[in-house]
Design a protein around this ligand. Structure first.
Ligand SMILES: O=C1O[C@H](COP(=O)(O)O)[C@@H](O)[C@H](O)[C@H]1O
Length: 269
């Protein structure tokens, strides 16, 4: 791994020669955060995304983590979901179930998947209500700066257009301040209907990890992490709007996703 050119936005960048090396470090990072949260709070709340991220988490299902992680203390959420049936190939839940949840002993009652049997509007409201109940009893922590949930870790992928979760460039959902969860019906990437965490929730997490592999992400990674002129329109690149208020942001990149980074730009985390 090399620590690479520093972003103007406070974050740590971890760059790896290969996706395999990235996956090794990502597993260790998640396992460490899980151990710390279980020690401090008695549980670990993690929100996942879909896409390439889930296969990169595969090493967590292997030794030593299969036996060392306290899986019974995990509470699993999704930063976004596509409005399709849970057995549909596009479902973020299905992807996670097939590649991760089916391989580790997380309790079913600790898995907060999003309802696929109601409208997206109702599914978003129901999901937010469930999270509010868990914040009330402090299974999910609460931010010191606002009333938002404070997940121990939110894991985000990023599309080549810079979208994170289901927050797409220039979309009005980027402006939401009060809602924790919202829905969209016009995603530029299919399927069109999706449910997503809002930026206030993402930015209230204790830890946010942004994971990107592949050359097609290189320009978005550069724009999301580098210093830009004052006229830069942040809403053109949602990934740049991920700036945890009190938490820590770590980027996990393979060398191709990091290929446009300006390494002379100072040092990162
Ligand atoms: O549609 C989505 O895309 C992003 C990025 O996916 P990737 O395959 O390019 O890594 C993903 O993070 C998000 O959860 C998903 O719904």
């Amino acid at each position: 791994m090399s620590a690479c050119g520093g972003p103007k936005i406070k974050s740590e960048l971890r760059v790896f020669e290969s996706a395999d090396e990235l996956a090794t470090d990502l597993a260790e990072y998640i396992s460490q955060l899980s151990e710390n949260s279980v020690k401090e709070r008695g549980c670990f709340t993690i929100a996942l995304s879909g896409g390439s991220l889930i296969s990169l988490m595969g090493k967590l299902c292997e030794a030593p983590y299969d036996k060392t992680v306290d899986w019974t203390k995990w509470f699993v959420f999704w930063a976004d979901e596509r409005a399709v049936a849970k057995n549909h190939i596009d479902s973020n839940y299905k992807l996670t179930k097939d590649l991760f949840l089916s391989k580790v002993p997380i309790l079913n009652s600790h898995v907060f998947s999003i309802n696929d049997n109601v409208t997206v509007e109702d599914a978003a409201a129901e999901y937010e209500f469930a999270i509010r109940q868990l914040v009330k009893i402090r299974t999910v922590g609460v931010s010191e700066s606002n009333d938002c949930p404070k997940f121990d870790l939110i894991l985000l992928g990023m599309g080549p257009d810079g979208h994170v979760a289901s927050l797409f460039p220039h979309h009005p959902a980027l402006e939401l301040k009060e809602e924790w969860v919202t829905y969209i019906t016009d995603s530029p990437k299919p399927p069109p209907e999706r449910i997503t965490f809002t930026l206030p929730v993402i930015n209230s997490a204790s830890n946010v990890a942004m994971v990107a592999v592949g050359e097609e992400k290189a320009t978005a990674v550069h724009l999301a992490t580098a210093g830009t002129g004052e006229n830069f329109d942040a809403s053109s690149l949602p990934a740049r709007m991920v700036q945890p208020t009190d938490g820590k942001l770590v980027w996990f990149l393979d060398s191709t996703a990091a290929s446009v980074l300006d390494v002379s730009n100072g040092s990162s985390g």
